[in-house]
Design a protein around this ligand. Structure first.
Ligand code: GRF
Length: 218
């Protein structure tokens, strides 16, 4: 198979999606390898998880730079020094500017714990519970400067159960995230995601045309 694409992961926290991507990337037949893991937070647990997996990991802290452009220039320099071709945001808690994204045109992915465009922003799972939706989920999309916006590559849906706590719903969505993100990144790295008219067209098998019902259908 052709060479693996070089992917950087940006995170600010726990890093469980980074681990899911790294575990997928460790497979010989996976079309990406993780070339660096960078965090804007020096104490992000995801950094030690990355190092434990043998991945290069570093910190580019906002506080060490006088302005957002200077911070983003430092981040950009680290990413290019690592040889990254694509960037996966995985719990990275900063909005990237239009200027930064222009340098990585259509090459930055994000995962968000809702069925976008519903429930953008922080605490998406709590927003879903508060809204009383019966079906929630997660989305992998190409990043645009606006928060949680951009062409959608893949989504997974999960039911919201009647007695769900926030913890239980978050865990159900997170388990789906850990399957969805590696799948979406693989399609992206294989050149099977094409953008037309602001939408992603994905060359992937057609799913069974059945609905997820909640409550279950008779
Ligand atoms: C995930 O829920 C992801 O969808 C959101 O931030 C969370 C990061 O979790 N963008 P982790 O750091 O990958 O465990």
């Amino acid at each position: 198979m052709s060479a693996k694409r070089a992917v950087a992961v940006l995170l600010s926290g726990r890093g469980s999606n980074m681990v899911a991507l790294a575990e997928a990337a460790a497979r010989p037949d996976y079309p990406a390898r993780i070339v660096t893991v960078l965090s804007d937070k020096a104490d992000a647990p995801g950094l030690s998880r990355a190092r434990a997996l043998g991945l290069p990991a570093g910190v580019v802290a906002r506080a060490q730079h006088p302005s957002k452009p200077a911070f983003e220039a430092a981040l950009d320099a680290e990413l290019r020094a690592a040889g990254a071709e694509f960037i996966c945001l995985a719990g990275f808690m900063r909005l990237l500017s239009a200027a930064f994204l222009a340098g990585w045109h259509d090459r930055v992915l994000n995962i968000h714990p809702s069925l976008l465009p519903a429930f953008k922003g922080l605490s998406a799972q709590a927003q879903a519970l508060a809204a009383g939706v019966r079906i929630a989920g997660c989305t992998v999309h190409i990043v645009r400067p606006e928060m949680d916006a951009g062409p959608i590559i893949a989504q997974a849906a999960v039911p919201v159960l009647a007695d769900d706590s926030l913890d239980r719903l978050e865990a159900r969505i997170l388990a789906a995230e850990h399957r969805l993100y590696p799948r979406a990144l693989a399609l992206f790295c294989q050149g099977r995601v094409r953008l037309t008219d602001g939408r992603a067209r994905v060359d992937a098998p057609t799913p069974a045309p059945t609905a997820l019902y909640n409550p279950p259908a008779d």
